[in-house]
Structures are given as structure tokens and as C-alpha cells.
Design a protein around this ligand. Sequence first.
Ligand code: GLU
Length: 387
Amino acid sequence: MKPDATATRGAGLGRLPTLEGANRIVIKVGSSLLVDFDTGRLNRPWLETLAGEIAALIRADKHVAIVSSGAIALGRKYLAIKKDTVRLDQQQAAAAAGQILLAHAYQDLLGSHDVRVAQILLTLGDTEDRRRYLNARSTLETLLDLSVVPIINENDSVATDEIRYGDNDRLAARVAVMCSADCLVLLSDVNGLYDSDPATNPDASLIPLVDEITPAVEALAGASRTSFGTGGMVTKLAAAKICMPAGCATVIANGHTPEPLAAIDNAAACTWFLPSTTPRAARKQWIAGTLEPRGTLIIDAGAAKSLIDGRSLLPVGVVGVEGEFERGDAVIVRNHEGQDLARGLAAYCSADIRLIMGHRTAETKEILGYRDRDEVIHRDNLVLIKV
Ligand code: GLU
């Protein structure tokens, strides 16, 4: 059995999670680590070390996704665009050029450890709109299940100021929640959250563990800074705030530490933010409690039994569809006696379910003209209603 993400290490700060205990890890890599400040070029030796550490995680059967910054910084150098330019079109051009350099570097360095990579560029809309969110989620899931490392960045070349994250801390948090990660690592050039500004106060002490982001904790964020990149402590706290209720532990750690990932588990100075639930429970809560159902599926006795046994809902078990809904919408699942059994996210729209209901999964392609999911509701997207 895989260790529980909440597995903790001994002595003193015994409640701290570990990377060793996590199964699915999103690592956010800041520009200040990847790009040499003086030359504006890729810091290849640093990335080589990280690639070795990531390969070790993959060999340990963990799923790893990387949210990497650095495209704009690398692209600026490549296109000889001034460092301090604020023009959006120039930044977008820099991102377009730099992203290729970045992706190649990851492919090359992880490839030397036989680790395969894939690139995903996301916009704010992809993480906010539920249907696009579900598509991005399923692509991520597929890649992670294949032990491929997705290299993710914001699609800066098309995002305009009003509709962009602008910082990869929050994007990484959304990605972590999207793929039900149990750990988000924010690697940058700071050790973590301090009780005052370590740059000006030699007595500032690091806070190793935060289990609630109170206004007092938020007030501390203003006291810390990073030298490069758009983030800073404010967006790191915002990232932790997104992850905590979603069951994902977040750690801020210094990427300049030798072997920074191993160091996290070996008591390096860092700040952990504890989750308040598990990723699975958080997702089920979201489906059961937050989403407004748009329709109802009536199912037969055999399907009802399968659901109770923890299986997915297949087209063959559906006997009726009420309401009009889109793929990805929440629906109620009801038995033929009128009792509500479950809520879930429909993998097909209501019109398509009307066509495929009562049919075996193998027949759906012929009926619909396309092949998609085998299930009408996958068990991961289904929550039984307790009666
Ligand atoms: N997406 C930006 C880039 O790749 C980085 C944003 C950030 O620094 O957080 O250059």
C-alpha cells in the first residue's frame, strides 16, 4: 500500500507532511531559479539537479507535474527584448519564444533519465470554466497515469492582462487541485514564511507550519520578498489558500538549497501549509454540496447495486433522463422507485445520454458517431447520498 500523504516525520514538528508520503506532487519552479539573473540564460546545472530529483520521484512511483515559469525571461534574452519592458505584446512574443527553450530543456534533461514529458499551456479560462476544466483535468490524469511529467505554464502568448493569472503560484495551486494532488511544492528563492522581513531583521524566524491562514498570517506576507519573478509571498499564500481546503499540502521551499526536493524531507528550512481534508473528500464535497444539479438520471436496479458497490454508472443501466444538461454538469441519480441515490458529473450531455441509454458501452460509438468515455458517470465523479 502506498503511504498516506499525511504520513509525518518524527520528533518535534511531527505533524509535518513529507514528499515521501505524497503520491501526486505538483512542483512549481520559479523564474529566479531557472534563469541566471546576470546572463538571462537558462540555469542548466540547476535544472539538471532538479531533473535528477524528479526522476527519483518517478522511480518511486509518484505522479509529478511541473508548473514552470521562465518563458518570458528566457524569451526576452533570445529576442533581445529589454528586461524591464512592460509592453504586453513584447512580453507575449518573449513568452512564445521562451516557452520552446523551456520545454526543450525539460525534455532534454528529464529525457536523460528516461522520463517523458508533455507540455500543457493553460489560460485562466481553462481553470475557471467547468467543461474546459474537466477536459484539462482528464488530459492531466491520462499523462500522469502514463508516468509522463506534464510541463505546465500559463499560455502567456494569448492571455491578455485582464484574463491572466500573471503568476504561476496560483496557477500551480489550481493545477494541484485539478489533478487532486496531495502536495504542492513552491520552489523559489526564499526559505518560506518568516515572522518578519529576514532581509532587514536578523532575528526574523521562519514559521515551519501553518494550519490556518488567518489575517495575521496574511499580514506577514507583505514582509517577505523574492528578487525575480512576479510572485512573492502574497501569491504563495494565495496558492496555499486554494490548496488547503482541497486536501493538498503546500510547502514553500528554497530551490537554491542543494537537492532542494530531498532537502524538504531532510529538515531543510521551509514552510508547510497543512490541508484541512483529503483531496478525495474535498472533490466529493464539491460534487455533492457545491454544484447545482441540472438534471436527473433514472437507473435500473442492477445499476443501483453497482453504484452502491462503488462502481461507475454505465449507459446500459440508465432508463430515463430528465432535464437538459451539458457534459460536465452535476446531475442527480435516482432509482426507478424515485429515491435519490447519488450525485455525479455527467460525462455526456442529456441529449446524448437519451440516445445511448440502455445500450452496451461498445455500441455508443456507432450510435453517437464518436467514442468518448465508457461511463455515463465515472465513479471518481460520483457521490452516494447517504440514506
Ligand atoms: N508565466 C510566466 C513565464 O513563464 C511566469 C509567471 C511567474 O513568474 O509566476 O515567464
